[in-house]
Design a protein around this ligand. Structure first.
Ligand code: AMP
Ligand code: ZN
Length: 461
């Protein structure tokens, strides 16, 4: 087995990956808060986790991946104040919080499917694990890590010695910068709610009895409770976006390790943000977000977005623009056109396969892996070898290369050339020629429709 290297946020080092158990890699991915559609920035995070999982599997590992769905407890302010995001949305839409969560969970799953993101081995909802969360808080209480305020049960971060480890937090700076309105009953600005009491003035839709009173879990505790339930007290990999480093993941480590006395996770991997313009982050709360559905409605193939994400390393920021998406779509079309010509796969090319593996095993260097793909396509190797290696690479890239190759091979004879010729004509805006070619294709039994994603065609006879 070739060595896989991953950048571990915990140590700030690129490390050789060694799973606890060679027969099964245990991995947890922080999932969505289901009060709205995911935006393409969120989806970049899941594409990164999928690339990691596919790379592990490509290396021969079996992977158990758990993802949570936050359907309760994520408040409008990350400082443990404000209202539950799902309930706010429910009120706006005149639906129940449960309906909202179910609706957006389904939409999220559809997005994953359209992007060829492998479905997690287990996808679990916070509301289905209230007992587990209460049990974990009880352990923390028994060990003396908790205290009560008027609005909930809090974790005392000063009692957990290595609290700053993951984020290398500057606690003094945090103290000084703490916002004035922060809960004055909190002992430290970094303390966070494990259990929140239901407010007396509003009737909450999602609330449960607990040893401390009626209420609901804080946001962080769900990931500790569910990951440890399905993956054990210590597991291999935990993923999420970089925004999770200073708060959510720092708190997950604190409450898990305080409860078990064991190391929680060996490798922490974080995906950088998708940004707009210079450095504007795409955020649900900022209202500047673009969904996958919008891309599809504009005529793009969702996999063009997957391709775009592969062009940047997961630890680099990626700037989104319609131009870059169009460039990714064009590259994908060219890839499909090339593959369409290669015929049946036979024996692949060991040299290129080795280089591809080396690239993705180097902390998931997808841009380098894509460069290998294009070099292979342009090489003098026999088409059947190219087809074979590319179909292997697609286990990681997940761009539907095999499917597109087969689709193109079903094309009537001569159609591929006509499609290409027509594309050329369209590029130089020779509409008369492009229309004439469309008619020719029609006679061959193909219906062509032009979309921003390039011409789409279907066999009509
Ligand atoms: P949420 O549904 O808000 O809990 O976020 C889901 C995931 O998306 C988290 O792992 C975030 O870190 C990640 N995320 C949020 N915004 C972006 C962005 N602009 N680019 C990449 N990932 C993001
Ligand atoms: Zn989480």
């Amino acid at each position: 087995m070739s060595e896989m290297y991953l950048y571990n946020t915990l140590t700030r080092k690129r490390e050789a990956f060694k799973p606890l158990d060679l027969s099964l890699v245990r991995m947890y991915t922080c999932g969505p808060t289901v009060y709205n559609d995911a935006h393409v920035g969120n989806l970049r995070s899941y594409l990164f986790a999928d690339l990691l999982r596919r790379t592990l599997e490509y290396n021969g590992y079996k992977v158990k991946q758990v993802m949570n769905v936050t359907d309760v407890g994520h408040l409008t302010s990350d400082a443990n104040t404000g209202e539950d995001k799902v309930e706010v949305r429910a009120r706006k839409e005149g639906k129940s919080a449960w309906e909202i969560a179910a609706h957006y969970t389904e939409r999220f799953q559809q997005d994953l499917e359209r992007l060829n993101v492998l479905f997690p081995t287990i996808m679990v909802k916070a509301t289905d694990h209230i007992t587990e969360q209460i049990d974990l808080i009880k352990v923390l209480e028994k060990k003396g890590y908790t205290y009560q305020t008027d609005d909930g049960i809090y974790f005392d971060t000063s009692k957990f010695q290595s609290y700053v480890k993951l984020a290398k937090l500057d606690l003094k700076g945090l103290m000084a910068g703490a916002r004035v309105e922060y809960n004055p009953q909190k002992r430290n600005p970094t303390d966070f709610a494990l259990w929140k009491f239901s407010p007396e003035e509003v009737k909450k839709q999602m609330e449960w009895e607990s040893p401390w009173g009626k209420g609901f879990p804080g946001w962080h505790i769900e990931c500790s409770a569910m990951s440890m339930k399905y993956l054990g007290e210590t597991f291999d990999i935990h993923t999420g976006g970089v925004d999770h480093i200073p708060v959510h993941h720092t708190n997950e480590i604190a409450q898990s390790e305080a409860a078990t006395g064991k190391k929680f996770v060996n490798y922490w991997l974080h995906g950088e943000f998708l940004i707009l313009g210079e450095d504007q982050k795409m955020a649900k709360s900022a209202g500047n977000f673009i969904t996958l559905q919008t891309l599809v409605e504009k005529g793009f193939n969702p996999l063009a977005y997957r391709y775009l994400c592969l062009t940047a390393h997961y630890r680099s920021k990626l700037q989104f623009s319609w131009e870059s998406l169009q460039a990714a779509q064009n590259a994908l079309n060219n890839l499909y056109a090339a593959i369409g010509m290669f015929g049946e796969p036979k024996t692949g090319c060991a040299e290129y396969e080795e280089r591809f593996l080396k690239a993705i095993n180097d902390d998931l260097d997808a841009p380098k892996a894509l460069a290998v793909v294009w070099e292979l396509i342009k090489s003098d190797l026999p088409p059947s070898a190219k087809a074979a290696s590319l179909s292997k690479f697609d286990q990681v890239l997940a761009l539907n290369l095999q499917e597109e190759r087969r689709k193109r091979q079903r094309l009537p004879q001569g159609a591929e050339e006509l499609i290409k010729e027509r594309e050329e004509a369209r590029k130089i805006k020779d509409w008369a020629k492009s229309d004439a070619l469309r008619e020719k294709l029609h006679q061959l039994g193909l219906e062509v429709e032009d979309t921003p994603a390039g011409p789409k065609w279907k066999v009509i006879k």
